[in-house]
Write a protein that binds this ligand. Structure first.
Ligand code: NAD
Length: 500
């Protein structure tokens, strides 16, 4: 493969520690308002992806730890569910203020644990603050249908109630932000929480618990660290958990949904994606290339909505490829400590690095060429060169599977029906974008695309006011917006017979 970026060096940071030892959170579970020892002594190592070194270790929790946390959440749930929306709103606003007060250490911890540039971690913290502020307001506006008379002599009242105790399982790509997307609406709707962060990136979730420990009543929010098949599975099977919400891969989503089946608990799944970027011949190609610089490579492409699969009309494919290569060639790659201008960090772990490198090797064997990048970069750390793959045939592995790295594939199409059906042919249905200046096409084509979010002349722009979530293999349930509050609550019909 043509590895044009192999000469690009990873910029290394200075020796200064990103996070001081005394800034780490307590490395324990957080249960019933305090940090607590695990039932047994096993620990999970936490690694810095920028240099492969050990940062610390956290408890490798067990189902017994989950049981203690669920009991605390259940005890707290009764009184918490009786608080008014205004009371919960005030606490959510305090959490937002506390996060803002500690934004610097939270961002540095996130970069230490994930390797992401500090600018990306700053975005994550700011986004988390805004999620708590939005949910503090939206929770007060949550309503249900007005009362009405639908049967003779009977008046129906629809009550909205919390779901109960909610189990939450989060991924490593945006550890704090994905936790905030769940915690804020779940608490706003009057539920209590037991959360398991990714075993690779628990540090900001534990720091969050430390920061907000005195804000919430004990037991309303709990964290148990550990692995998916033990702690995660117990959250899915626990008879006293009412709803389990996972953000993660499709395989974990399937495991959680089937484990939750025995107790018939509700399931909320935000899973993987493979977003098609449909570029018609009349699109503003410079705008596409500029937008994809961020939308495809943000967070090193470890982003479920990443603009990773370009389908471009054959008449403008060469021009767009040139513009994209130009954008990608100016990326500054390095460790988070290497400067504020760093845009691309390492992948999160050695295992994930090998996985992405494997996709590149297999693509090369299939005859796919790299217009830029296409190879791992020199270690230490788990860096892959930002890559654009061209000559990608329809149905190729690289264009169908979620690579979850800094890799964009380019395919061409010749007509609208063809590009709609090829866009829809993946098992994923999270996000897509359509690029055109034709007004009719800008509403027609999005309607035909089977994705939970479709941007027009844009990609990866999110806001707390609008829902986020997928169709098909990308799961079901919605994060953000009033729809998340609906997902994390339940409706009850009370029918009053007032016939005389
Ligand atoms: P992952 O599925 O490996 O892990 C996610 C979480 O699930 C972790 O906490 C893990 O421990 C847990 N888990 C794993 N197996 C489990 C099991 N059998 N039972 C219960 N829990 C289990 O995902 P990841 O690698 O951490 O994150 C990347 C994935 O997340 C990608 O596929 C990405 O697209 C997806 N993601 C989706 C969204 C979205 O909003 N749709 C957002 C971010 C990430």
């Amino acid at each position: 493969m043509n590895a044009l970026l192999s000469t690009v060096a990873v910029r290394r940071g200075n020796e200064a520690e990103l996070v001081r030892q005394d800034e780490l959170p307590p490395l324990q579970h957080f249960i019933d308002g305090t940090f607590a020892e695990a039932a047994d002594g096993a620990r999970t190592p936490i690694v810095n992806p920028a240099d492969g070194r050990l940062i610390c270790d956290v408890p490798e929790g067990t189902p017994a730890d989950v049981d203690v946390a669920v009991a605390a959440a259940r005890r707290a749930q009764g009184a918490w569910s009786q608080t008014t929306p205004a009371e919960r709103s005030a606490l959510l606003l305090s959490i937002a203020d506390k996060l803002e007060e500690h934004e610097d250490v939270l961002a540095r911890l996130e970069s230490l644990n994930t390797g992401k540039p500090l600018s990306t971690s700053n975005d994550d913290v700011a986004g988390s603050v805004d999620t708590f502020r939005f949910m503090a307001g939206a929770g007060r506006a949550l309503t249900s249908l007005a009362a009405g008379d639908y049967a003779a002599g009977h008046t129906s009242v629809i009550l909205r109630e919390p779901a109960g105790v909610v189990g939450v399982i989060t991924p490593w790509n945006y550890p704090l932000l994905m936790a905030a997307w769940k915690i804020a609406p779940i608490l706003a709707a009057g539920n209590s929480v037991v959360l398991k962060p990714s075993e690779q990136t628990p540090l900001t979730t534990l720091k969050f618990a430390e920061i907000i420990a005195d804000v919430l009543p004990a037991g309303v929010f709990n964290v148990v660290t550990g692995l998916g098949p033990s702690v995660g599975e117990r959250l899915a099977t626990h008879p006293d958990i009412d709803l389990v919400a996972l953000t993660g891969s499709v395989n974990s989503g399937k495991a959680v949904a089937s484990a939750a089946g025995d107790t018939v608990k509700r399931v909320h799944l935000e899973l993987g994606g493979k977003a098609p970027v449909v570029v018609f011949a009349d699109a503003d190609l410079s705008a596409v290339a500029e937008s994809l610089r961020a939308a495809a490579f943000y967070n090193s492409g470890q982003e479920c909505g990443a603009a990773c699969r370009v389908l471009v009309h054959e008449s403008v494919a060469e021009q767009l490829t040139e513009l994209l290569v130009e954008q990608v060639s100016s990326f500054v790659i390095g460790e988070p400590t290497a400067g504020e201008d760093i845009e691309i960090g390492p992948l999160v772990s050695e295992a994930h690095f090998r996985r992405v490198a494997g996709y590149l090797e297999r693509a090369q064997k299939e005859g796919i060429t790299a217009a830029i990048g296409g190879a791992p970069l020199d270690g230490p750390g788990f860096f892959i060169a930002p890559t654009i793959l061209t000559n990608v045939p329809a149905g190729a592995e690289a264009s169908q599977n979620e690579i979850f790295g800094p890799v964009v594939t380019i395919e061409t199409f010749s007509d609208e029906d063809e590009v709609v059906s090829r866009s829809n042919e993946t098992p994923y249905g999270l996000a897509a974008s359509v690029w055109t200046r034709d007004a009719a096409r800008s509403i027609d084509v999005p309607r035909k695309l089977d994705f939970g979010t479709v941007w027009v002349n844009s990609h990866l722009v999110l806001a707390n006011e609008v829902p986020w979530g997928g169709f098909k293999g990308s799961g079901y349930g919605r994060d953000l917006s009033i729809y998340a509050l609906e997902d994390f609550s339940r409706t009850k019909h009370v029918m009053i017979n007032h016939a005389r």
